[in-house]
Design a protein around this ligand. Structure first.
Ligand code: FDA
Length: 391
């Protein structure tokens, strides 16, 4: 069968591209090997999909070429997606500044996309394995488990490597290599950290405890909540720094962000000399964490007895706690993939490959990765629209 456009991947970027190409009058087929469209949309944002971020800018993205994402993000902004969502009557909430989530369920976002695809005349074939992709004159030929499809253009929207059980595969990278494109190194990001030995036991004892911190790693610096887990540390602050972390790196955690712990301890010694360190800590941190810190430091002295050197030691532990993760939870739980199809041979306007305009790459399969907070979906929408409207 012949189509103007075949899109590989019925995820966020693929569906957005397909509906735009459909409205532009193209005959569009979307193929996916999964048994359901948009599985990652459904599981995103804890089932409520953080579908965009009103403050999203190109500075929220990592890429070997930081300029690549600018054009598409400028043309299709968060307000545009919000307008679409509102038109379909989806209720939403702003959970953190700029971060928009469905008030009810992520199913609403998938419903919007599938409804629009339907209106635009897009055909979607699920449970379809793609066996080969070949160049066919000015177009492409796909051999699949559902037969052979010829198309004027092929859009690869197969996503990254995270959560293989949800259908993730490296297929997009294979196609890129087949057609001579480079693929930059990939690694899991927005992923919890694992700890070993003593620190693992300490985290395990605190599993479920969460507090606001400022976490730093390399050039990344984030003030967000952190969470202790049975295997290590997680929560938005840790997920964010995981995008900067390299094996062997330490993370520096400020447990009292915005407060100079030494100055505050000295002031407390002056004002409340009989108070114990655990009492002082308990006013600033979750009780279980305050108690654990006293045990780790093996010090629950009365403030009046603490000399400056001792308080300096505490300030160091509170403002600059250095933690060396053993690793990350990996692809099993990572939200995104850092790295991917090298953008140097891809047009930032229409996502066509240089010298091979019938081949396009969009969404997470490209070497463009957003920070936590709705940026990754915004990239999927923006790249999908820019590509879909140009087909
Ligand atoms: P996506 O992964 O959505 O779609 C790719 C599609 O290609 C899939 O349907 C897959 O089955 C298909 N495919 C893969 N290989 C194939 C093959 N060989 N043959 C055929 N089909 C194939 N982002 C955000 O902004 N806000 C959020 O709240 C969250 N939350 C979140 C939670 C969790 C748990 C995860 C794992 C991820 C998030 N994300 C997120 C990230 C976000 O889900 C992600 O960046 C986008 O879904 C990427 O969209 P794509 O369309 O590029 O890939």
């Amino acid at each position: 069968m012949t189509y103007d456009v075949v899109v590989i991947g019925a995820g966020a970027a693929g569906l957005m591209c397909a509906l735009n190409a459909g409205y532009a009058g193209r005959r569009v087929l979307v193929v996916d090997h999964a048994n359901k469209a948009g599985k990652k949309i459904l599981m995103s944002g804890g089932g409520r999909c953080n579908f965009t971020n009103l403050n999203s800018t190109p500075a929220n993205f990592f890429s070997g070429n930081p300029h690549f994402c600018i054009s598409a993000l400028k043309r299709y902004r968060p307000e545009h997606f919000l307008e679409l969502v509102e038109r379909h009557g989806v209720e939403y909430v702003e959970k953190a500044p700029g971060q928009l989530f469905c008030a009810d369920s992520a199913k609403e976002i998938l419903r919007v996309l599938l409804t629009e695809c339907d209106w635009a005349g897009v055909e979607i074939r699920l449970k379809t394995r793609i066996d080969s992709v070949e160049r066919l004159g000015e177009g492409v030929r796909l051999a699949t488990s559902a037969g052979t499809f010829d198309a004027g253009a092929l859009v690869v929207a197969s996503g990254g490597l995270s959560i293989p059980t949800m259908g993730a595969s490296g297929f997009g990278y294979e196609i890129a290599r087949q057609f001579g494109l480079q693929v930059t190194d990939t690694r899991p990001a927005l992923v919890p950290f694992t700890l070993t030995s003593q620190w693992k036991a300490r985290a395990e004892a605190l599993a479920g405890v969460s507090c606001e911190v400022e976490a730093r790693c390399r050039e990344g610096r984030y003030r967000e909540p952190m969470l202790f887990t049975h295997r290590g540390v997680s929560g938005p602050a840790m997920l964010q720094v995981s995008s900067h972390w390299q094996p062997g790196d330490e993370i520096v955690i400020d447990l009292l962000p915005g407060e100079d712990a030494f100055a505050a301890l000295c002031a407390a010694r002056q004002e409340t000399p009989k108070r114990r360190l655990s009492t002082w800590l308990g006013e600033r941190l979750p009780r279980r964490l305050a108690q654990a810190l006293v045990e780790w430091q093996n010090d629950d002295g009365v403030l009046a007895e603490c000399g400056n050197a001792r308080l300096q030691g505490w300030a160091e532990a509170l403002n600059r706690w250095r933690l060396k993760p053993a690793g990350t939870e990996g692809w099993r739980t990572a939200e995104v993939t850092l790295g991917g199809v090298d953008t140097s041979a891809v047009s930032s306007r229409d996502f066509a490959v240089a010298g091979l305009p019938q081949l396009r790459f969009i969404g997470e399969v490209l070497d463009v990765t957003g920070e936590l907070g709705g940026h990754n979906f915004q990239w999927a929408w923006a790249s999908g629209v820019a590509c879909g409207q140009s087909l």
